[in-house]
Design a protein around this ligand. Sequence first.
Ligand code: GLP
Length: 272
Amino acid sequence: MRVIITENYAEMSVFAANYVAQRIIDANPTPEHPFVLGCPTGSSPLGLYRQLIKLYEAGNISFRNVVTFNMDEYVALPEEHPESYHSFMWNNFFSHIDIKPENVHILNGNAADLKAECENYEKMIEDAGGIDLFMGGIGPDGHIAFNEPGSSLASRTRVKTLTTNTIQANCRFFDNDVNKVPKRALTVGVGTVMAAKEVLLVVNGPAKSNALRHVIDEGVNHMWTASALQMHQHGVIVCDEEACVDLKLSTYQYFKDKQTLEDVVSEYINKF
Ligand code: GLP
């Protein structure tokens, strides 16, 4: 696993976006061989999306031949609800770039048959040739997508009941009223994310420091589902200093030294 420690949220976002952009450029996607990008929601990736939009506006990158699959969606929340992940993605990313609407895939949390919806989603990912790069964030309890603690690390797309912790964390988007937060979601599985050719997580702020410690310093554990990234061949975590405060000092110094030697931060920050 690579761990890139950046100064702050802005630097983390620029690094992550430039990294993703460079991957898409290197793949030289075509309509026949598109680049398949996995997309998260949440506040963590907002800066990353803003930077990708900037790169698009500056003519550095096009999303014409990019196909996307989102991580998750609430169950029974209307698509047009301002806090649905459909709304989130169009408002914060897709409406600002040249992606073709038919290339966007987001789980339908209002499907009549939720199980069939999930199975079909896995099939669509497979038909697209698998996900080239899955971007993601983590919850304060170390969850990835909506794979709550205790989720199978081999899980695939399915319905999940949200934990009290997650409902509380997300009630800030629903007038701070836990009763308004949907109680279930459709989510790709940990196994779905791990099947991507590359996974890049952005982790920022002190609220994530305990989770980051479990993901990096502790062993692979289903109670901290993002820790499965330790088993991925190409896992990258881009974090800020604040998220690192609970890491062992020796772990923190190890990754700082390593990245200074590679000079990877300045390379990607100054990429475009
Ligand atoms: C939700 C999403 C996750 C996201 C997490 C953290 O649970 N399903 O994909 O990583 O929130 O969100 P934030 O980045 O706002 O802290």
